[in-house]
Design a protein around this ligand. Structure first.
Ligand code: ACO
Length: 401
């Protein structure tokens, strides 16, 4: 190894830390997370309190601007978002060009990226006002795009929202209103959505958020940075786990409900199968979001009068894993995604849309992290590497190889 080649840009030694398990990439005042104690706070407020008391829009304001809004501040934020919620009809044409069976995460990342082409001024961030404008454009158009992804999948006509409704009610209407039918606001549905979105709203420097910050650090625009974050979220080891969990629980149900068999598969080191919705890079005690979601899932199924056999399998599987030596010794607990899919199912959301709902919840966190990175004038993200390839060798012409 040529040690000199490992010298960091500021003269220090380069560390090799695959997966950045022990590397901090920035200072941040947004989210506090203690993985040992299972604590999660947004801007100093406990996640349990926010999930019980606040609305998603209030939490979005808190994450992005640092303080809970006054009634007046919230009203202005809401109005500015509404004024920016129209999506260009040409984006509708892009949506039409996707095949109906396209995965909605692929559609969402493309449409979000396309927002840059339709709002070129929002890329140039040279003042606080520019930043605010880019933020309200994205907060306004993103829920419309999310609902369009689902309607495209289902072959339903698009809904353009209703500015007389609250942010959360409008999102529910765009998602669930049936063609030619009045939409009735259902408080149980709104509360469930609110809770899920809040619990997903930020989680410090995870894979997608780090992606947003690193793409944004090149001064690519907000929409391009968020589009990259959506792609990172898609993977089954990150946000895609919520879809994978329900598919796994369904498979166990189809297989006769024998979850012990799947537990054994997850422990078998020769088998690549992992128990989806279990384990977390940072939480080594429990995921506080999973605790809240488990209770919420039980309540929502009861309130909506739904019996879902998959919930019984989820209960059995998590109890068995929690008392199993393999899972205990590795501190593997159910994470936020283990129960969220059960709620999404109860709300009538197709399984392919689960990660899209996660993206909808994570949007204010990504925006807050991007804003913080730009305001702190962070340098471009550019890690080094440990080169382990060939040393210098002469070129060999093709006839001699
Ligand atoms: N099932 C079985 N074994 C597991 C699981 C699992 N779900 N998760 C981790 N392990 C085992 C690993 O095989 C490893 O065992 P070993 O020490 O014998 O080699 C040990 O636990 C440590 O696992 P790592 O992969 O090193 O842990 P890491 O922190 O890198 O990964 C991750 C965390 C990706 C979340 C992992 O636990 C996982 O793949 N879980 C399933 C997917 C999932 O639920 N992802 C959602 C995460 S939450 C979110 O993004 C919102």
């Amino acid at each position: 190894i040529d040690i000199k080649a490992l010298r960091g840009a500021t003269g220090g030694v380069t560390t090799i830390d695959p997966g950045f398990k022990n590397t901090g990439s920035c200072k941040s005042a947004i989210t506090f997370l203690d993985g040992e104690k299972g604590i999660l706070r947004y801007r100093g407020y406990a996640i349990e309190e926010l999930a019980a008391e606040a609305s998603f829009l209030e939490v979005s304001y808190l994450l992005i601007f640092g303080e809970l809004p006054t009634a007046e501040q919230l009203e202005k934020f809401d109005q500015d978002i509404k004024d920016n919620s129209m999506v260009d009809e040409d984006i509708h044409k892009i949506l039409d060009a996707f095949p109906k069976n396209a995965h909605p995460m692929g559609v969402l990342t493309s449409l979000t990226s396309a927002l840059t082409a339709f709002n070129p001024k929002a890329v140039d961030i040279s003042s606080e006002e520019d930043m605010y404008n880019a933020i309200v454009i994205l907060m306004g158009k993103f829920p419309v795009l999310v609902s369009w992804c689902m309607r495209k999948m289902k072959g339903e006509p698009l809904d353009y929202g209703d500015v007389d409704l609250s942010y959360e009610e409008n999102f529910a209407k765009m998602m669930f209103k049936k063609p030619n039918k009045e939409y009735q606001i259902n408080k149980i549905v709104i509360d469930a959505l609110d809770k899920l979105l809040i619990l997903h709203a930020d989680h410090e420097q995870n894979c997608s958020t780090s992606t947003v910050r690193i793409v944004g650090s090149s001064h690519a625009g907000l929409f391009a940075s968020i589009s990259a974050g959506i792609s990172a979220l898609w993977g089954p080891l990150h946000g895609g786990a919520n879809q994978a969990v329900i598919e796994m629980l369904e498979a166990i149900k189809e297989d006769g409900g024998d979850f012990e068999k799947y537990l054994a598969k997850a422990k078998d080191k020769q088998d690549p199968f992992r128990l989806m919705g279990f384990g977390h890079r940072v939480y080594k005690n429990f995921d506080p979001r999973a605790k809240i979601i488990k209770v919420a899932a039980e309540e929502i199924l009861k309130d909506l009068d739904i019996e879902d056999p998959v919930l019984d399998i989820a209960r059995g599987l998590s109890e068995a894993a929690l008392s199993d030596e393999y899972f205990k010794s590795r501190n593997l607990y159910p994470n936020v995604d283990f129960y969220s899919g059960i709620i999404y199912r109860a709300l009538g959301i197709p399984v392919e849309m689960f990660t899209v709902l996660f993206a909808m919840g994570r949007l204010p966190g990504w925006i807050a992290q991007w804003k913080e990175m730009r305001e702190n004038k962070e340098p471009i993200g550019r890690p080094r590497q440990l080169y382990v390839g060939e040393t210098l060798r002469p070129y060999v012409s093709i006839d001699k190889r």
